[in-house]
Ligand binder design. Structure first.
Ligand SMILES: C[S@@+](CC[C@H](N)C(=O)[O-])C[C@H]1O[C@@H](n2cnc3c(N)ncnc32)[C@H](O)[C@@H]1O
Length: 334
């Protein structure tokens, strides 16, 4: 029999554990257990599930430490499990739902087919990701929430470890829900910001920035970064943007940024930079998702970012490690 600690069989087990977590997130089990333990029959009734099936998922979840049995067939949420509550401060519920959403799950399952013919099976079935999200508002909101949760450690690193020019205007290109811009503006009270994204995402950002009390200091502009980006910024942030695109598309985006920036301006790329070594690395995991979902989307090494910047008339400056696997690459016009 395979040894359960073995990396290969561990990865196989991860599929079952992820599916159990996905069930927990989809059925909102953590929200239903928020006020105290319930037996599996009552929990099934509240979340509209088939009780005998749910009992088996609860057994797997208990083995993972996200719920615990407090009596025969009675389950309570553990501290770890509270992260799946919708109202938890750094809730992972949307992220798990997004990663297990039909199209994302399909993309990963079809990776062998994508690799065989070099053409994303996801794109063949669902079209380009951002068109798919624009056509599916509920999935789009989940994606924005996933981006926000995923960026929390990077964003904290960015606010703490990077010295922004104190009175700069930062344009957050393809900034999503506005979570990164909000953190930077809170940490730098004299800075102003512009959030730029597609219209359906910009709506989400307007709400976030208003809720954060930043409506006065942060403007939200919608548009297409392949046409142009807002002019007049001192700092242009592209966080997890270039890794969605092939080199030619990335150079077009960077060229539009270069054309829009104030004299003396700078570009900041927040990306997970691939190491040269064969060590396990977050960037290699994320790269499998880029490969599966985007034709041409890819994680890159420092040298590859430097070459891209060069093609766009920009020179690589310093690279700041933000922790949690992410780096901030600074660039200025050549
Ligand atoms: C991977 S998300 C990154 C979001 C955010 N920067 C972050 O780090 O969490 C990529 C973003 O690019 C935006 N986007 C995609 N195509 C775009 C386009 N043509 N013009 C402007 N934004 C676009 C998406 O809507 C999405 O918010």
């Amino acid at each position: 029999m395979p040894h359960s600690d073995d990396l290969l069989w561990g990865a196989v087990g991860d599929i079952s554990r992820f599916a159990a977590l996905l069930t927990m997130a989809e059925l909102g089990l953590a929200d239903h257990l928020a006020h105290g333990p319930l037996d599996s029959g009552e929990l099934a009734r509240r979340c509209g599930a088939h009780a005998p099936s749910l009992r088996r998922v609860l057994r797997e979840l208990a083995s993972m430490g996200v719920v615990k049995g407090t009596g025969p067939d009675v389950y309570d949420l553990t501290e770890k499990g509270t992260a799946l509550r919708s109202d938890a401060p750094d809730s992972v519920r949307s992220s798990i739902r997004m990663l297990g959403e039909e199209s994302f799950w399909y993309a990963m399952g079809m990776l062998p087919a994508t690799v065989r013919d070099g053409d994303s099976a996801f794109m063949k079935r669902y079209g380009p990701l951002y068109d798919h999200l624009a056509a599916n508002p509920a999935v789009s909101r989940m994606f924005d929430d996933y981006m926000t949760a995923r960026a929390i450690p990077f964003t904290e690193g960015l606010a703490k470890r990077y010295a922004f020019p104190p009175t700069a205007t930062m344009v957050d290109v393809a900034g999503g829900k506005g979570h990164i811009l909000a953190t930077v503006l809170h940490a730098n009270p004299q800075m102003r910001g512009v959030l730029f994204d597609l219209e359906h995402v910009a709506e989400h950002a307007r709400r976030t920035l208003a809720e954060e009390g930043l409506a006065e200091r942060a403007q939200v502009v919608s548009g297409d970064m392949f046409a142009e980006v807002p002019a007049g910024g001192d700092v242009y942030l592209l966080a997890s943007v270039l890794h969605n695109w092939d080199d030619d598309a990335a150079v077009t985006i960077l060229g539009n940024v270069r054309a829009a920036m104030n004299p003396g301006g700078r570009v900041l790329l927040l990306e997970v930079v691939l190491p040269d070594s064969e060590e396990p690395h977050l960037g290699k995991d994320i790269d499998m998702r880029m490969l599966a979902i985007f034709n041409g989307g890819t994680e890159r090494s420092r040298e590859e970012y430097s070459a891209l910047l060069d093609r766009a008339g920009l020179a690589l400056g310093k690279v700041v490690e933000l922790g949690s696997g992410a780096s901030l690459i600074e660039a200025v016009p050549r």
